[in-house]
Design a protein around this ligand. Sequence first.
Ligand code: UD1
Ligand code: UDP
Length: 386
Amino acid sequence: MKLISIIGARPQFIKVAPLVPVLAQTGLNHQLVHTGQHYDYEMSKIFFDELGLPEPAYHLGVGSGSHGSQTGEILKRTEAVLIQEKPDWVLVYGDTNSTLAGSLAAVKLHLPLIHIEAGLRSFNRRMPEEINRLLTDHISTLLSCPTETAVNNLRAEGFTNIINEGHLIPASFPNGASIPAAPAVANTGDVMYDAYLLCREIAAQHDNALEQFDLIPQEYFLATVHRAENTDDPTLLEHIINAFCILSQHFPVIWPVHPRTKKSLLESGLNDINKQFSRLHLIKPLGYFEMLNLERHARAILTDSGGVQKEAFFARVPCITLRPETEWLETVTGGFNVLAGADTEMIVSLALKPRNLDQHYQPYGNGDAGKKVLACMSVWSGKHAC
Ligand code: UD1
Ligand code: UDP
């Protein structure tokens, strides 16, 4: 059986990582197709090196562009690969333009499609990611949800073929066609939790992040910003930066700057703000291991990233989300994560406020999401029981 994973953006290299060894153990032919959506060393190659990912079988080299041109180019180039390779399954991850374009290419060739990290909703259709995930979910064959919330979101949108723990209700295959009539939905747990569990010890063994930046554990903030709604609105970006400047007067703020944000900072003349605030450290994007290490020692994390919100939760570090909503509702339960939007005062007061956290809550699975995805695929292929 041949499987193709379509990946292209930073979080997708991390999401595919737990699947790679699971699929390799079965002897299945699993190939990576890198769309080239992210291409800087710190946004792409570093993750292949750290996570031991195999060289992509295809590198499509699409690069940056408007939504239309990037999505269209990925669709065109992925289609050519899928026609040539004729895989039995296509796997897509998350909610980027690579996810949507890869999904469209697969379903129009009648190839079974699995969406990893299905069912997430912000209920904000101005977010490009919300459009990408809605469309991908509704054309997928098998939907691998990270949480019960995600399953319930899909239920509310009319998905009825829900795979319960240990059981699969096979959908019918009309006229012998290979695509089931009703897509199947399963709570497999979160592949990012798998990746976190696989990597946190390895990362800890190489932990020199504190020395490198001269930091004391629990006495610094870690920040990331890249959401278009924040970076492409100079007023919101300035509100967020003002909060970072104020916070840096209390504790150092370490801010690995995403290339999208770097561009916005240059355009709005805010790129040298750290000259006035010596404890606000704008640094280049970090590798996954260094990021995990800086996350776990942080006093609090300020972010608009989906993955970083979850990693803060996994590491039991307080998180302030720089958005008015989140898809990861479970991180908010128990007080780990609070929503501050781009409101300077709220960001500052929430970051400085001590929090009482419930230490035991774990809704993201058992670290075996990769194995569960494989089990569900195998059922569809008539090979094993789920
Ligand atoms: C994309 C995803 C977003 C995801 C994020 C992860 C979409 C619509 N957005 O956002 O969901 O959370 O990746 O990081 O797919 N750039 C570089 N070097 C790179 C990559 C990008 O300089 O290696 C710059 C380019 O100027 C580019 C901009 O960053 O125009 C934005 O990149 P793009 O991939 O379009 O979107 P992201 O903001 O990275
Ligand atoms: N990440 C990283 N280095 C950084 C910032 C983030 O390795 O400088 C990792 C982070 O640990 C998480 C993932 O990238 O695993 C999140 O990706 P990103 O924030 O780009 O996208 P999102 O999760 O919002 O889609």
